[in-house]
Ligand binder design. Sequence first.
Ligand code: LHQ
Length: 254
Amino acid sequence: TIGYKVKGSTAWITLNRPDKLNAFNNTMHFELLKALHMADEDSNVRSIVLQGAGRAFCAGQDLGEVDASTDYGDLLRERYNPVIQKMSNIGKPVIAAVNGTAAGAGFSLALAADFRLASEKANFLNAFIHIGLVPDSGNTYYLPRIVGHAKALELMVLGEKIQAEEAARLGLVTQVIQAQNWETEVAEFSEKLASIPTKAFEMIKESLAKSWESSLEQVLEMEAYHQKRAGQSNDHQEGVKAFLEKRRPVFTGD
Ligand code: LHQ
């Protein structure tokens, strides 16, 4: 149910149940988690793309695989939450390439990525309310941080489908891409992110996540701590050297 392929410095992870709009069945979470671990551990991989096979990104939980006897709390704790946690802990850019509908936990999955690219055919749907559920899989954590409290509440409660252009206006996506250019532009974006100073990215991701729960004093200290490490990296040496030599830097992630 999950495809995994490394091309250049990018790992491509594909949610692969197109007949069910890539809805999560009972094995998919574990396979996805395994793929994320593989990408994290492979030192040749410097960016990760998460995409859906066929016309959708992901329609969330497969509603045919749950029933009245399912403990939704356990389902989340055992299957969805470890995936979301792993995405937040990976020190490499994770890009959700939202090729079509991202609904329910599929929307949450896109929110947990560091970047979202949307095809012009993409849409985002906080579907939970339509079946009497509450947003999960990090949705109530990430959505207000991305679009603000009021808009997040609106999307959660009204559950309206947001088309790609509107998603861009809300700051939900970095870029809307025309369908005919989809694959090339996603590849270009992921290669661009694979070529940045990877250690600096890891520290930026960690600091930004922690800044929401930190005092100014803690943030200043965290910046000093990270800047010391960044200053000792080969990529910093290369960046300064390239600047002085008036050429483009070539970062290796070291
Ligand atoms: C599906 C699904 C689906 C099964 C499309 N399941 N088959 C966590 C923990 C515990 C419990 C519950 O949930 C969670 C997290 C969650 O994610 S809850 C939210 C679950 N997701 C939804 O409620 C979304 C349900 N799907 C839809 O509203 C629509 O399918 C969307 C808006 C995504 C797409 O609409 P259309 O483009 O019109 O496609 P479609 O509805 O015709 O779907 C195509 C096929 O995919 C169809 O099957 P069929 O055999 O008739 O061709 C759907 O039944 C199937 N499918 N989503 N979540």
